[in-house]
Each structure stands twice: as structure tokens, then as C-alpha cells.
Design a protein around this ligand. Structure first.
Ligand code: SF4
Length: 322
């Protein structure tokens, strides 16, 4: 693998695989000044609807702890606005750039379309629109609209692991990124690198333990995957756990199922699914409060006199995108 890039952009969700990606680059000796963490806020600039309240600040504090630059980006109105599109264009994308610049792109032209339903639980990103519209597109729009990447060699890293699904096991480890234009006038060379594709979960926890990182609070409560709090891929226990932590958010999501007349899961509505599940036993008031606060106030790196503890959610059932 050629490590001669000018910029290393890490798609940083704040979950364990993206944390492991950062630590892996540090292990490889990549100059931290060349590394940028990019986090896409799922709920945009709106209140929490699908996501964890603490995730944005956890990501910021993680970057601060390792002395790395982080940039946030989002689709205006986030998940909810895209879901509520009713003969409307998709919303503009906002992204941060060096020098405290905040830029808005799009939302003026494009197809009028109606969704009025949740993303479908499917591999196809056309119907599972949340990943495409709220993460993948936001990332490439932010690259394409920053001249600073022209004439440079950039690599975007993401933490998909083959162990998570057969579809992911077939992803290429290295390929040309969709924002690339190396052969055009701009000479913008952008690769996509998935160095963790063949990693086992044990390797992820091993490197996190080595750097003594305190992971996102959802893992200590029992989640095996740090995605949206109410991720559409969740099973009964995961939705029951999310509901026990955030009943108002859960009720709002249920009210949209009723309004749309279309459920998130094909064979059940959310209320019935939750009634079949059991909240994770490791959910405590303190952890729930931490995860649902906009401020993350714990230390990212454990003190040397503290014991690093494997979270309750490690090696649990993984219900995430296929
Ligand atoms: S975590 Fe789940 S709900 Fe959130 S964007 Fe990804 S697939 Fe969609």
C-alpha cells in the first residue's frame, strides 16, 4: 500500500471501527497534520431524532484528545427533513472547512420528489436512502467543493469490515473514490481505502485497548454497534433499549410510522417490535444521561491508574447495514 498521500480523510462516525481506523493510521506513523476526521451529523442542525445526542461532542473530544483536526458536515434538516420530502428538492449540504469556514452547497436545482417514509431495511442504497443522502453524498460534495483538494493526492478511509456482512466482505480494499477527477483539469486524486475490511472484531478492540480509549457510551450500555440510536436495522432488543433511554424520540418515530402508514420494518410496527424486546441490562441512569447529553464530559483516554474495561456491547449481535 502506497502511503504517500497529502491528506488522509477518515469517515469518523465515533463508533469503534472509525476509532480503530484513526489509531491504525497513528500506528503506521502517518503525520497527524495530514489526518482529518470528517463526521456527518445524521440529524443535521436539528434536534436529535434518530441519532445519539452525545455523538457530535464525543467526536470533537476524541479529535481534541489526539490533537487531530475534525470537520463536521450535514444535510440541512438531517434525517427528518429528507424523510418528510413532499414534492421537494433534497436539502442543501453544509460543511466546515479550514479557517472556520462554513459552506452551503446545493438545494437549488434537482428533482422534486416525495418520500414520506423511513428508509427501507435493504442493501440497495436507493431505498436505504439514509446512508447515501446523509453520509456518502455529503462527503463527496464536501470534497468536490473545496479547491484545497485540487492537485493533491487524498485518500478517504472508511471502517467497513467484511465480518459484518457478506456484502461488506466483497467491498474493495482500495479503489478510486467517487469524488476523484485525477484525469481532469483539476487533477484531484482521491482514493477510497478500507484497511479494516479483513479485520476481526477482536483486532478492533485490541487496538482500542492499546491506546486506552474510552469508547462511545452506547457500547458500555450494551450496543454492539454505534450507529443511529434508532437505526432502522436494529432488532427488538436494540429498539427496546433505545426506547428505554429516549421514550420521547421513540414515540415521535412511532407517530411517523402511523402518519405514513408505512412501518420501518416490513413485518411489524415499532410499538410491537419494542414490546417483544428486552432493554440491555447494562443501561444505567448515568450512562443514559451521558449518551443523551449534547456535552460529552468524560475523558477520552483512560488515566493510567484506571483499568480499561471491555464494554458490555463488545462481541454482541451486530445489527447494521448489510
Ligand atoms: S445508522 Fe442506520 S438509520 Fe442511521 S444512517 Fe446508517 S443505516 Fe440509516
Amino acid at each position: 500500500m502506497d502511503l504517500n498521500y497529502d491528506k488522509y480523510i477518515i469517515a469518523f462516525s465515533g463508533g469503534k471501527d472509525s476509532v480503530a481506523l484513526v489509531l491504525y493510521l497513528l500506528d503506521l506513523g502517518i503525520d497527524p497534520a495530514k489526518i482529518e476526521l470528517w463526521h456527518h451529523d445524521i440529524d443535521g442542525n436539528d434536534n436529535a431524532f434518530m441519532d445519539w445526542e452525545c455523538t457530535h461532542d464525543y467526536c470533537q473530544k476524541f479529535a481534541d484528545a489526539f490533537g487531530l483536526q475534525i470537520y463536521f458536515s450535514w444535510k440541512e434538516g438531517g434525517f427528518k427533513r429528507e424523510m418528510l420530502r413532499d414534492n421537494q428538492r433534497t436539502a442543501p449540504t453544509w460543511f466546515e472547512a479550514p479557517g472556520n469556514i462554513l459552506k452551503k452547497v446545493g438545494g437549488i436545482v434537482g428533482k422534486l420528489a416525495t418520500r414520506l417514509k423511513f428508509p427501507q431495511v435493504a442493501v440497495d442504497l436507493k431505498v436505504r436512502w439514509c446512508s447515501a443522502y446523509l453520509k456518502i453524498d455529503v462527503c463527496s460534495i464536501a470534497i468536490r467543493n473545496q479547491e484545497r483538494f485540487n492537485g493533491l493526492k487524498t485518500v478517504v478511509l472508511s471502517g467497513e469490515r467484511g465480518e459484518e456482512s457478506s456484502a461488506r466482505s466483497r467491498y474493495k480494499i482500495l479503489e478510486v473514490d467517487r469524488s476523484d477527477s485525477r484525469n481532469g483539469k483539476l487533477k484531484r486524486h482521491v482514493d477510497r481505502w478500507r484497511p479494516l475490511r479483513d479485520w476481526k472484531e477482536s483486532e478492533v478492540w485490541h487496538i482500542i485497548k492499546k491506546y486506552r480509549v474510552r469508547v462511545h457510551p452506547c457500547y458500555y450500555m450494551g450496543w454492539s454497534r454505534c450507529s443511529c440510536k434508532f437505526c432502522i436495522f436494529g432488532n427488538a432488543d436494540q429498539f427496546a433499549s433505545a426506547f428505554s433511554v429516549s421514550p420521547d424520540q421513540g414515540n415521535e418515530i412511532m407517530s411517523y410510522e402511523e402518519l405514513f402508514g408505512v412501518t420501518i420494518k416490513r413485518n411489524t410496527d415499532l410499538r410491537s417490535l419494542i414490546s417483544c424486546g428486552n432493554p440491555y441490562p447494562n443501561i444505567t441512569k448515568e450512562l443514559a444521561k451521558l449518551a443523551t447529553s449534547n456535552i460529552y464530559d468524560q475523558q477520552i483516554i483512560f488515566n493510567t491508574n484506571e483499568e480499561w474495561v471491555l464494554p458490555a456491547g463488545a462481541y454482541g449481535e451486530s445489527c447494521g447495514p448489510q
